[in-house]
Design a protein around this ligand. Structure first.
Ligand code: ZN
Ligand code: ZN
Length: 260
């Protein structure tokens, strides 16, 4: 199976898919997606285990294991052991999502920084990439990354909404950048300007579904099939064909998540 359009970040184990998960996955395949990365960390560690079970069921699905920054305060040795066990599995291709979210602040900043540091250690030990979430915490994220992995890291800053200088730092550090449907929102001119200045060969696309549905589905439940809109918008922004975007982002996703 060669790599084409990939939803590099979707929460397929979310309960909002309980009634029709298989149909959602089938629609994504019909829309032309070759792979999906079912990200763990949308809740307790059981969510990462459910994502892994999905990855075992479908050959075009992979999963990740971690605890979202919202839940960082619950991070402990027992959870870490469960993440480490998942990382032994070939279907589990990355650590995360982890990171810092100071916008919602569901966990204290210090707990988020500590959980992030421990996820970085797990990624280095497992030699797997890291999926990073960052909201209103760019400076602190850079500080933790620099302290815990001064030589750089393989991974992705998902749902990127920062500025050009932030993106430049991440790229220089070795990460790739991924865009969600936010790129398609009418008010996202600044983000589109930033995206236009970034090299296509370091970008990926994702839905972060069930959140962030792009127009014309905005406000409704998002699903992996809608990643086609993100790719199409990135193509317009870069003045290239959607095929060119699919090809470039497929190479990045394939390399980062060892997709075949
Ligand atoms: Zn996130
Ligand atoms: Zn997410």
């Amino acid at each position: 199976m060669s790599v084409g359009l990939v939803d590099t970040h979707c929460h397929l184990s979310d309960r909002r898919y309980d009634a029709d998960r298989d149909a959602v996955i089938e629609r994504a395949r019909q829309a032309g997606l070759t792979h999906m990365v079912a990200v763990g960390g949308g809740g307790p560690i059981a969510d990462s285990e459910a994502s892994y079970e999905l990855a075992r069921r479908f050959p075009f699905l992979r999963s990740t294991a971690g605890i979202h920054p919202h839940d960082a305060k619950s991070y402990d040795d027992q959870i870490e052991a469960r993440i480490a066990a998942l990382l032994q599995r070939p279907e589990v291709v990355a650590v995360g999502e982890t990171g810092l979210d100071y916008y919602y602040g569901h966990s204290p900043h210090q707990a988020q920084r500590e959980a992030l540091a421990r996820h970085i250690a797990l990624a280095l030990r497992a030699a797997k990439p890291i999926v990073l979430h960052c909201r209103d915490a760019e400076a602190d994220l850079r500080e933790v990354l620099s302290a815990e992995a001064p030589g750089g890291l393989r991974g992705v800053v998902h749902c990127f909404t920062g500025g050009y200088e932030d993106a430049r730092w991440y790229l220089d550090y070795g990460l790739v950048i991924s865009f969600t449907g936010i790129l398609c929102f009418p008010k996202s001119d600044a983000l589109r300007d930033t995206a236009a200045r970034l090299p296509l060969d370091r970008l990926m696309v994702e839905t972060d579904s069930p959140y962030l549905a792009p127009p014309p589905h905005r406000g409704k439940r998002n699903e992996p099939a809608f990643v086609t809109q993100v790719a199409a918008t990135l193509a317009v922004v870069h003045g290239v064909s959607t095929e060119a975007v699919v090809e470039a982002t497929a190479r990045n996703a394939g390399e980062l998540f060892s997709l075949v």
